[in-house]
Design a protein around this ligand. Sequence first.
Ligand code: 2IP
Ligand code: CA
Length: 379
Amino acid sequence: MADLLQLLLRVGEKAANVARVCRQEAPLFQLLVQEKTGDDKNKKFVQDFKTLADVVIQEMIRHDVGTQFPDMDGFIHGEESNKFENGLGESVTVTVCSTEEETAKLLATVLDGDHTAASLLAQAIHQDLATIEASTDGLTVPLSPSELGIWIDPIDATSQYIEGREEVVEEGVLSPSGLHCALVLIGVYLRSTGEPVMGVINQPFNHKDPTGGGWRGKHYWGVSYGNINVCSVSPPNCGPKGQQGLSVVLSSSEKQVVKEALTSLCGPDKLIYASGAGYKILCVIQGLSDIYVLSEGSTFKWDSCAPHALLRALGGGVVDLSKSLQSTCEGRDHNTELIYNQPYTEHKGADRWANHGGLVAYRDLSQLRSIIGALKGKL
Ligand code: 2IP
Ligand code: CA
């Protein structure tokens, strides 16, 4: 597991590099921000470039993990399908090839022959990165790759990534929108039970290099299995809090009835709105907010798996909101925690992997109970 964690940290950093390169290199940036529709759309160009950037990152992670851990092949899932169809009805499967040149050639076919853009992307994909500094020494977890599966969100909060607003983010303060909300999320779950056991989060746009060297990223990781709970983020030292002190982070599109119930519980000024499902859970992990509540089924397994593992390592978790509202269990109800190995078979496509019941991300069980109590009978 320590080997797998090291590899995921490295591929997370490579993914962040690809995300940064797409914004830094003019030929790629132009493709990223242009939305071609109708007559403007070149029929040889597949879908949009942002989808291609997502797929390229996802396939790179799949390739690198599958090469080092062949037992995980077939259990590495992501948000995007790697099969593209262009406006001419031609189908192209985007994969990472064994050499940079071959990958560039394949990418050029979906970039309508733009060899400059294809080469820049291929270069970032095939870059060999040094080992990432992480105090994983002595970390042994009795799990083998053949017991594990992976969920990848190549770039969460894509809209913030495309819009690209550069906020000056103060350390330790939740900042609602901007490039820093875009995250690479890689979560590992146990195939048998579906519980999240390891997570790597890379924030490609954490801060700007003060010497003018462009954006610098930051990574976070956690492992939670049995008695082993290790997280790169120290548990926030919040001290005991009354209900009036609880802060809740929400999607700006959250329902009015939820906002009202939570305002009654926590008091005014305690509801904060932020972009990105992954970023909101990261805010709970870092103690920038106590709880994240989402009443809609608008997130997916790839959004929650990685940050869920970090929260578990800190003693918290992520529960299904609608199951929690029905539960009569007094203590921790393990049946309400989100799991990652079972699709909703009555749904189709990506919706099979949605967190349909909504979710609540928490660090402290008593705070979760207060929130569930406040929402009971309201939804
Ligand atoms: C999105 C993204 C959105 C989020 C949505 C996710 O993933 O994180 O920001 O909505 O749930 O599925 P909101 O910001 O309202 O919480 P992606 O950007 O990868 O599509
Ligand atoms: Ca997402």
